[in-house]
Design a protein around this ligand. Structure first.
Ligand code: FE2
Length: 292
């Protein structure tokens, strides 16, 4: 599993998003920092770390920083593995619509593709596992959302993302689609596989220290954006995956586990221009209204 390291790419820096509420002189900054410092002191009081243990923790954070590249953000991985990404997400997205879940560390800008495109542009398409993913983007009242942007990314059938695998062409198994006039979308791909999170860095060090497995259940990532609606970041999980109940990133939500139904109907094979029988996956993304 140590070969899950990202391709070596120079660190591009992580400027982050500019948030008005965390500017240096804002009350929110003071609230966040004061609470963080108080909880860290409570941690020290409770666990009484030795100076060597405290230094080990600081060195761990330094190593995590050294593992970050343009394609790999080790702190997102650590946040995912500790359940904090999922916790923040749950508290921030409790409105109507499709459940959201963590973004994960493998999102990169996707190539624009047409509706119906084959997004599996590497050798995985020849290996089979053909899948059609289709549905409609709607609002919370069921109204179609024409022109919604659908950003999808996934691992291949061997559990690898393009940024981890020199054999995959850049942008493989990624797409930026635009929903049609009826809110409809569809794409052709391969069935993803469960996969281990990268364990060659501090994330793996953390899992080993906690005696936890590194596996995530098979899934397709999606981010949906449309004017007037709240952006949605979510996953579509493959029903029946053995890791659904023990996702290393705590990302599984009710309502996001989909049957990959086998379709052998020759008429459907022809209609979707598939090479043979395929998994037919239907999912409607339901967006919550934008916050005022
Ligand atoms: Fe993923």
């Amino acid at each position: 599993m140590a070969d899950t390291a990202a391709k070596a790419t120079p660190a591009g820096g992580f400027p982050g998003r500019v948030l008005d509420q965390v500017r240096p002189d804002s009350p929110r900054t003071a609230e966040l920092l004061t609470s963080l410092i108080r909880h860290l002191h409570e941690f020290v009081d409770e666990t009484r770390p030795t100076p060597d243990e405290w230094r080990y923790g600081l060195d761990f954070l330094a190593r995590a920083s050294q593992f970050c590249t343009a394609d790999r953000h080790e702190f997102i991985l650590l946040s995912d593995l500790l359940g904090h990404s999922s916790h923040v997400d749950e508290l921030s997205n409790d409105g109507p619509g499709t459940p959201s879940t963590v973004e994960g560390p493998f999102h990169t800008p996707a190539p624009r593709r047409e509706l119906g495109a084959i997004i599996a542009t590497g050798a995985e398409w020849e290996r089979g596992g053909w899948t059609v993913l289709r549905g409609t983007v709607t609002g919370s009242d069921g109204e179609p959302v024409p022109g919604a942007t659908i950003d999808v990314w996934q691992s291949d059938d061997r559990g690898r993302y393009d940024v981890q695998d020199e054999a995959q062409p850049p942008g493989n198994l990624r797409a930026l689609l635009t929903a049609g006039a009826d809110g409809g979308y569809w794409l052709r791909t391969v069935r993803p596989s469960s996969y281990p999170v990268p364990v060659d860095g501090p994330g793996g060090e953390l899992l080993r220290a906690m005696n936890r497995h590194p596996m995530r259940p098979a899934h397709i990532h999606a981010e949906i954006r449309a004017d007037g609606y709240r952006p949605l970041t979510t996953h579509l999980f493959v029903a029946g995956d053995q890791y659904l109940a023990s996702d290393a990133a705590f990302g599984v939500r009710d309502g996001l586990i989909l049957p990959f139904a086998r379709c052998d109907d020759p008429a459907a094979v022809t209609r979707f221009r598939m090479p043979g029988p395929f998994y037919d996956v239907i999912f409607d993304f339901r967006l919550a209204p934008a916050r005022r």
